[in-house]
Design a protein around this ligand. Structure first.
Ligand SMILES: *[C@@H]1O[C@H](CO)[C@@H](O)[C@H](O)[C@H]1NC(C)=O
Ligand SMILES: *[C@@H]1O[C@H](CO)[C@@H](O)[C@H](O)[C@H]1NC(C)=O
Ligand SMILES: *[C@@H]1O[C@H](CO)[C@@H](O)[C@H](O)[C@H]1NC(C)=O
Ligand SMILES: *[C@@H]1O[C@H](CO)[C@@H](O)[C@H](O)[C@H]1NC(C)=O
Ligand SMILES: *[C@@H]1O[C@H](CO)[C@@H](O)[C@H](O)[C@H]1NC(C)=O
Ligand SMILES: *[C@@H]1O[C@H](CO)[C@@H](O)[C@H](O)[C@H]1NC(C)=O
Ligand SMILES: *[C@@H]1O[C@H](CO)[C@@H](O)[C@H](O)[C@H]1NC(C)=O
Length: 634
């Protein structure tokens, strides 16, 4: 098949970095996650010694992240000099950085055999493998393969807490050609979501062509948590570390492929996509983007990946509001929602969260705290939060997370939500024999009914009607009684007047695997997007498997359903289908009924999918029947 082989060629050429060898360095790409495959490209071990200078002064970047959020903690972690680090970042040596602030880290880089590197030693503090240390702790400044290479006698699986690891940080010295052009430093910049070669170059005053060459980039695709060399004539300055404003609204460049992490598993997904969408040029583009972005599965519970960044500019966080603008905004909303939404003083939130201590940290930028005796979840945000606030303050429904207040301080928004003690549904439904977390049949049906009820409210009882657009297991929160609340309305939008078609000037956001085909293909937004995603959520809830895993095992989700639907006596196929932790304690008639409902929700044609109010009715009937079944089965 011509299309397929073309895609294969494109992908192979992306994987096969040595094809572009020159004396300059190779960009490492997603090979960094393929820890068991050191042969994937030599670039995983580091930047190669180029025969010019055996050592040089250079700079790394690092994003402040507790507990590595102050001068001494960061210079310790990265073997830098605290006084030089504080000087270049224009802060005092006792300074604590805001989370996610880009910190410049001066280091001496030197030759070690075939590679340049800066050695640092890392003392293991938690049960974690090499990938966690290289990617999550060191943010991609080293790789699991390089750590494995330089710590003979240890393996990723038998690391003990307190053990000391040698972690070679990725750095490089300029080539002869670069020196001749006046380049003095090759900064190891850590790529973030949404970065593009041209934007990074602009930001640091580097020439885009030189930057691409410095990384031997065959194309312009770069991935988060990898290092990217920026050729500099002068040391970087602190003003360049401030997030740039969003670029002007000219058409963004077409989405282009990055590279891949898990070749064999993603391939199924690629075929699935081609099968599902039929042939057009758009598919080629989307297919490659997905092939590349899908399912970097390091641990069992991967958080699903959003693809907003592949479509460029529009999803970038907005320029930070000034205090005055934000106060104006607060005032304007306060007038109209003073009764439903409290504005907190920052100090109140500090008190509530023990000054945002790690013991109050939940995940990402979310902390828990106690305000006036009530538990609350507090989320720190720096984008445009007005949409989420404007939507949430209007709605009051027990199945939609309640926003109780806001605070603006020092360039950041803090949104205060009701607290859901049992955390996200994603912590509960994926089968893991070791985690001891289990939901019985009745709880699962109740949760699905709750989600459907919340969505129905959003679709039918808000004016204008709204689409959530990012329904997935990690956006469903469970309270102490395991009742579900839909959270994260950052992508929600009005469902009206959105019949316009997808073009590359529109942006696609959402989570792979949950996204309906008409959205992928044409960017069509309607409430039926949520219906499709809800179908996927039901499927995950019954099977105990993440959608990523289902796509690894099957070309189409409908294959999963057909396997059980066509099987009349059903024994073996049902055993394979249902979550093993249910141990066959479920009413099989109802399960079969739900499988048919899922099948309807996943219909390719959105018009054929049931509406949410229908689903609510069907699920409440299922709930009643389930209760009857439970009573007769005690
Ligand atoms: C260095 O520059 C020269 C002339 O500009 C060019 O011919 C040569 O290929 C370059 N070498 C490398 C390794 O890029
Ligand atoms: C820096 O952070 C570390 C780890 O959180 C902490 O132990 C240390 O006291 C902090 N130092 C300063 C000067 O704040
Ligand atoms: C680099 O090495 C020089 C000389 O050994 C030393 O003075 C300087 O402090 C080092 N810089 C860093 C950032 O460690
Ligand atoms: C790398 O770390 C980031 C942030 O901690 C995380 O979001 C991402 O999933 C990690 N990637 C892999 C492949 O583990
Ligand atoms: C860095 O560590 C490696 C061993 O992992 C060692 O061979 C090399 O000499 C060290 N380099 C420096 C500059 O200390
Ligand atoms: C870790 O495992 C490797 C190979 O399985 C073994 O050679 C090594 O001694 C072990 N190290 C420790 C500290 O247990
Ligand atoms: C290499 O070292 C020499 C001195 O040893 C220095 O003059 C030159 O600037 C260095 N080149 C680079 C690229 O750092």
């Amino acid at each position: 098949m011509g299309l397929l082989s073309f895609i294969t060629v494109v992908i192979l050429s992306m994987l096969c970095s040595p094809c572009f060898t020159s004396a300059q360095q190779l960009y490492v790409g997603q090979a960094i996650t393929d820890c068991n495959n050191p042969d994937i490209t030599p670039a995983v071990f580091g930047y190669e010694y180029n025969g010019v200078n055996t050592s040089c002064q250079t700079y790394l970047t690092f994003r402040s992240n507790p507990p590595y959020n102050n001068v001494s903690a960061i210079s310790d972690l990265l073997a830098s000099d605290p006084s030089q680090l504080s000087e270049i970042n224009e802060v005092s040596e006792t300074e604590t950085f805001d989370t996610n602030r880009l910190v410049i880290v001066p280091v001496n880089c030197s030759r070690s055999g075939e590679y340049y590197q800066r050695n640092t030693s890392y003392v293991i503090k938690e049960a974690a493998g090499y990938l966690f240390i290289s990617n999550n702790t060191l943010q991609g400044l080293t790789t699991c393969q390089a750590i494995a290479n330089q710590n003979p006698g240890l393996t990723s699986s038998n690391l003990s807490i307190g053990a000391r690891l040698n972690a070679p940080l990725r750095c490089a010295c300029p080539t002869k050609n670069q020196s001749d052009l006046g380049i003095k430093y090759l900064m190891s910049y850590l790529v973030a979501e949404g970065d593009e070669v041209s934007l990074i170059s602009q930001r640091f005053g580097a020439d885009t062509k030189l930057t691409s060459e410095a990384n031997s980039l065959p194309n312009t695709n770069i991935n988060p948590f990898t290092t990217f060399l920026v050729p500099l004539e002068n040391p970087p300055s602190v003003s360049q570390t401030i997030e740039p404003p969003p670029p002007p609204l000219s058409p963004p460049p077409p989405p282009t492929p990055t590279s891949t992490s898990n070749k064999s598993s993603s391939k199924t997904w690629l075929y699935a996509l081609i099968g599902a969408l039929g042939g057009s040029a758009l598919i080629l583009v989307l297919g490659i983007v997905f092939y590349c972005r899908v399912f970097r599965r390091s641990k069992k519970k991967t958080d699903s990946i959003t693809v907003s960044e592949s479509f460029g500019a529009f999803e970038k966080p907005q320029e930070k509001k000034t205090d005055q603008e934000s106060k104006d905004f607060l005032d304007s909303i306060s007038a109209d929602i003073a009764l439903s939404l409290k504005t907190y003083r920052f100090q109140e939130l500090q008190n509530a969260t023990n000054n945002f201590s790690t013991s109050n940290w939940i995940k990402g930028s979310v902390y828990c705290g106690t305000i006036n005796g009530d538990s609350a979840a507090i989320k720190k945000m720096d984008g445009d939060v007005s949409k989420e606030i404007n939507l949430l303050h209007k709605i009051n429904h027990s199945n939609l997370i309640r926003l109780s207040g806001v605070c603006f301080s020092d360039g950041y928004w803090y949104l205060v939500y009701e607290y859901a003690a049992n955390g996200p549904l994603s912590d509960w439904i994926y089968y893991d024999i070791n985690d001891g977390k289990f939901l019985d049949w009745g709880q699962r049906i109740q949760i699905l009914l709750d989600v459907a009820t919340g969505l129905n409210y959003l679709h039918s009882y808000t004016t204008p009607s709204h689409v959530h657009k990012d329904i997935k297991s990690s956006n469903i929160l469970l309270d102490t009684d395991f009742r579900a609340k839909i959270a994260n309305f950052g992508m929600a939008r009005s469902a009206e007047g959105q019949e316009d078609h997808f073009s590359l000037t529109k942006h696609i956001v959402g989570t792979i695997g949950y996204m309906a085909p008409e959205y992928l293909e044409h960017g069509l937004v309607s409430t039926k997007l949520d219906v499709y995603a809800f179908g996927v959520l039901m499927l995950e809830t019954l099977t105990g498997k993440e959608v990523a895993v289902l796509y690894e095992e099957n070309k189409h989700l409908s294959d999963v359903l057909n396997a059980v639907l066509k099987d009349e006596d059903g024994q073996e196929s049902w055993r394979n289908f249902m979550d093993p932790s249910l141990q066959e304690r479920y009413p099989s008639e109802l399960a079969k009924f739900l499988v048919k409902l899922i099948d309807n929700c996943l219909e390719k044609n959105p018009a054929v999918r049931p509406a949410m109010d229908e689903i609510v009715q069907l699920l409440s009937r299922t709930m009643n029947n389930s209760m009857a079944w439970e009573l007769s089965n005690v």
